[in-house]
Ligand binder design. Structure first.
Ligand code: SAM
Length: 243
């Protein structure tokens, strides 16, 4: 996969190269570049922003540098993503979808946002959530990190995405490492039993419990198996008795 990010603050992306992106690059699975679109400005001061037509506070990114920067990297297989609070909300599913693309181009905004005509260049608009960031760089980094994890071969067995929260529509079950007892807190016995079937059942049930209690919205529309329906009944009974 190839990823280009258009940003006027290219140094912000340095930490990303230390993490999963660096790993994927080393393994030859990713070609990652940051394009400083200020360098494409034909303005004599290399400005990339200007005042808003009709009045109003702040400045907007102008169309010319971004159009020219996109022209320099775009191919027929590129998928251009604009980071914008008005975009579709980013989820694990969107990350999986993006990981199938051959070439991703992210545009990180700044100031009060973009000249609307920039949106004609774009295939996708993504928001990190219902809040406003100062710039699109942090958003692009989050989207890139979560997307690159899904590229085949990027995660080793030690940190595979299997069982991660959202992978099968559920939050991840609680996990423990050694020692088995810490400050009188014991690891659930089933996890040290060596019985794989019991461990699978315990994990599924605890995933269901956590999702039901914290994010019931994730369960809406789920096609529950018979086993899951029975576990939900048990959880309901256990939780009612706990209160
Ligand atoms: C200060 S914000 C502009 C906000 C804009 N005036 C608005 O109200 O929608 C500057 C840039 O940060 C990025 N940004 C801010 N919040 C974001 C979010 N929730 N998701 C993705 N990008 C965001 C976008 O690239 C945006 O153009």
């Amino acid at each position: 996969m190839k990823i280009d990010v258009l940003s006027i603050f290219p140094n912000i992306f340095t930490p990303l190269q230390e993490s999963i992106v660096g790993k994927a690059t080393e393994r030859g699975l990713l070609d990652f570049n940051v394009v400083d679109f200020r360098e494409f400005s034909t303005n004599k001061h290399h400005n990339v922003d200007d005042t808003v037509y009709g009045g109003g506070a702040g400045m907007l990114l102008t169309a010319q540098p971004i159009f020219d920067a996109i022209d320099s990297v775009k191919t027929p297989n590129s998928h251009v993503v604009l980071l914008d609070p008005a975009g579709r909300t980013f989820t694990n599913k969107v990350a999986q979808e993006l990981s199938q693309k051959e070439h991703l181009i992210f545009i990180a905004g700044h100031y009060e946002g973009y000249d609307e005509r920039i949106k004609t260049l774009v295939d996708d608009e993504i928001s990190l959530g219902d809040y406003v960031l100062t710039g699109g760089e942090l958003g692009a980094m989050v989207v890139i990190d979560a997307t690159v994890r899904f590229l085949p071969g990027v995660l080793g067995n030690d940190d595979s995405a299997d069982g991660d929260s959202f992978e099968d529509g559920l939050l991840e079950y609680p996990q423990y490492t050694k020692p088995a007892v810490f400050r009188e807190m014991e690891v659930p016995e089933v996890l040290t039993s060596g019985n794989h079937e019991l461990i699978r059942k315990w994990r599924l049930k605890e995933s269901l419990r956590k999702t039901l209690l914290r994010r019931p919205d994730l369960l809406e529309g789920r096609n529950f198996t018979k086993e899951e329906l029975q576990m939900l009944d048990e959880i309901q009974f256990e939780e009612d008795n706990r209160r």
